[in-house]
Design a protein around this ligand. Structure first.
Ligand SMILES: [Zn+2]
Length: 274
């Protein structure tokens, strides 16, 4: 059993008080159950007046088939996989109170949105949620056409990104570095509150992000809790270093799958607007 004091000690070592912290966590990485579970982990970060920011994506729940007139080229998709014209009018629109999350993101994001006071963004496919004093400020920076606004705010507030037992392939913020390096973000389709379908910004492939490890190493601080290795990155410096590395060598984020359409189209610059 991992005692809560071990969590608090690691948090205090890595994360200054009053700062916003973006978290990506694998509870399995601890190698033993945490006393108090995911809520104890969340509380350890919220102590010290910190704000916690997490991705609460809903692509599987709210993504829809692209309408014929909304199919930009070089967009990381093979349109042949879709019917020429959508045959069914899929689903209800996303709302910030829907309570749904892509289950692949793990249990921490679900714990955040279940808390009183949590604020969730309006992006129908890639929302973020936050809890703590800066939650409203971070999340209000997001819109369907500005997916990574909350990460810009995180950096502006000298926030940190902390990886708990997961690798750089889970660091969502690096998609913002891709955008800052000149790539256009991919566009996907979702229903507006008025049920019309529109295109919204989403991230690309992140499987090649571990190749940025050497560039980011000077900025990282680490701690170990149980068997879980924690890595803390200052958001502003991390984004600047990653964007500079991508600008210098666009190929640096390419993943190991030679057929990856996402990497191919993203590295070529992203979607081409008609
Ligand atoms: Zn890829």
């Amino acid at each position: 059993m991992i005692p809560t004091e071990h969590l608090s000690k690691a948090v205090d070592e890595l994360a200054p008080r009053d700062r916003p912290i973006m978290l990506h966590a694998s509870l399995r990485s601890f190698g033993a159950p945490i006393a108090g579970g995911v809520d104890a982990l969340l509380d350890a970060f919220l102590a010290g007046n910190r704000t916690v920011l997490v991705p609460t994506f809903t692509e599987p729940q709210f993504g829809v088939t692209p309408p014929a007139g909304l199919r930009p080229l070089r967009n990381g998709v093979d349109y042949a996989e879709f019917p020429e014209v959508p045959t069914v009018s899929e689903g209800t629109p996303y709302t910030t109170g829907c309570g749904l999350i892509n289950p692949g993101l793990g249990v921490l994001p679900a714990a955040v949105i279940s808390r009183t006071g949590a604020v969730r963004g309006t992006h129908p496919l890639n929302s973020f949620a936050a809890l703590g004093p800066l939650a409203g400020q971070l999340i209000s920076a997001q819109s369907p056409s500005d997916v990574y606004g909350p990460i810009r705010e995180l950096a502006a507030h000298e926030g940190l990104i902390i990886l708990i037992g997961v690798g750089l392939n889970r660091m969502t913020a690096l998609h913002l570095a891709e955008q800052q390096a000149g790539r256009r973000l991919f566009l996907r389709w979702a229903r507006n509150p008025d049920h019309r379908v529109s295109m919204v910004e989403v991230g690309s492939c992140s499987e090649g992000f571990p190749r940025l490890g050497a560039v980011l190493r000077p900025h990282v601080r680490t701690a170990v809790v149980g068997e879980s290795r924690w890595q803390a990155f200052p958001a502003r410096q991390t984004l600047a270093a990653a964007a500079a590395a991508i600008r210098a060598d666009q190929d640096i984020t390419r993943c190991a799958d030679g057929d990856c359409r996402l990497c191919r189209d993203s590295i070529a610059g992203g979607p081409k607007m008609a």
